[in-house]
Design a protein around this ligand. Structure first.
Ligand code: WQD
Length: 345
């Protein structure tokens, strides 16, 4: 029996592959490598000392996807594959709807055809829009402010409708807050293409001198120091959350959403000062205008995941900064140096 991981070469996907392999699961990865590198999976194999099948195709190719289910005995699916850049989604919304929603519908159709009805879906705290109150619980109002967030929200609704039509499905909707950090080996980590949108890869690229300074998007929010507050969660804690959700869904039916966050918020300036202390590197920054669509404060009430999945984040902000820094300083160009080569899989 194997677990199919779509988008397994991505930041959270690759860390989840490590967690599942170390828990002695067999895995199969499908990735179209549009926003990830095969090298990440080679390194997952190196870290764990385990091998696994990798299929390189887009989930929109239904026939290819059926082949995976014919060639492997799939027990459950963890579905990461999708486009995830907020700004980009505003520029090319149709690509986001096509890639994120259509591919999920195709995945569910194929799962149904092969009678595989255990699904962990990679959702996001972005479905809470600008939260009305913090900490945010799973029954908070849901609304999305950009096409990317709308795809996550729509997919959650599609999966709820699917469950209503056939209650033999077992589905976990995992709403991530702000994933940062990297595996302690420094071999896998966040590898954004082009200029990073998210703060931590931007900070680490400033720290290695690739970018000149960090722009801090506003310091006039109603927060401890005026800068935005977020619930940063270590990607390894997040990966462990997927393992716990997988174990939960494989033993029952139903559909449930879970916040995967620490329940603690830190401001941008707190993040910067923690990173500087840990890395010993000064991060030059400049306060600029707020970024449209940003909320002032967003952090999780993670008690439902604790109660129902037996999961809680363990790693603190200092460890997140240390692990992000180790990854970036050991891989100043991410996986890029191997881009030209067909990494051995
Ligand atoms: C964090 C804080 C910014 C960059 C996004 C997506 C969300 C999820 C996680 C996928 C905010 C500030 C940032 C910079 C800054 N992704 N910031 N300068 O926006 O909370 O969430 O990533 O699921 O869907 O929306 O993360 O890292 O962009 O911002 O000052 O160059 O850092 O204003 O307060 P965000 P972020």
């Amino acid at each position: 029996m194997a677990i199919l991981i779509t988008g397994g070469a991505g930041f959270i996907g690759s860390h989840t592959c490590v967690a599942l392999l170390e828990a002695d699961y067999d895995i199969v990865v499908v990735d179209n490598f549009s926003n990830s590198e095969p090298e990440a999976l080679r390194r997952v194999m190196e870290i764990t000392g385990k091998s696994f099948k990798v299929y390189a195709f887009d989930l929109l190719n239904e026939k290819d996807l059926e082949t995976v289910f014919i060639e492997n005995h799939i027990e459950a699916v963890i579905h990461f594959a999708g486009l995830k850049a907020v700004g980009e989604s505003v520029a090319i919304p149709l690509s986001y709807y096509q890639n994120n929603i259509t591919s999920t519908v195709i995945l569910c159709e194929v799962m149904k055809k092969f009678n595989v009805k255990n699904l962990v879906f990679s959702s996001s705290a972005t479905v809470y829009g600008i939260p009305e109150q913090n900490p945010i619980s799973e029954d908070a109002n849901l609304w999305a402010m950009n096409p990317y967030g709308r795809t996550k929200l729509m997919i959650e609704e599609i999966l709820r409708d699917l469950y209503q039509s056939d209650q033999s499905w077992s589905i976990a909707l995992l709403r991530y807050f702000n994933p940062i950090g990297a595996h302690e080996s420094g071999m896998i980590g966040e590898n954004p293409q082009g200029t990073p949108n998210n703060i931590m890869p931007y900070v680490t690229q400033v720290a290695i001198g690739k970018l000149r300074e960090l722009k801090v998007f506003g310091n006039n929010y109603p927060t401890i120091d005026g800068t935005g507050v977020r619930d940063y969660i270590h990607v390894v804690d997040l990966a462990h959350g997927h393992l716990m959700a997988l174990e939960k869904i494989c033993g029952q039916t139903g559909i449930e959403a879970y916040n995967l966050g620490t329940g603690k918020g830190y401001s941008v300036l707190e993040l910067i000062s923690t990173f500087e202390k840990i890395s010993g590197v000064k991060i030059p920054y400049r306060i600029v205008e707020r970024r449209p669509g940003d909320s002032a404060v967003s952090f999780a009430d993670p008690s439902k995941a604790e109660r129902e999945l037996g999961w809680a984040a363990k790693k603190g902000l200092a460890e997140m900064c240390a692990d992000s820094w180790r990854w970036q300083s050991k891989n100043p160009k991410g996986y890029e140096e191997l881009k030209g080569m067909k990494a051995l899989l």
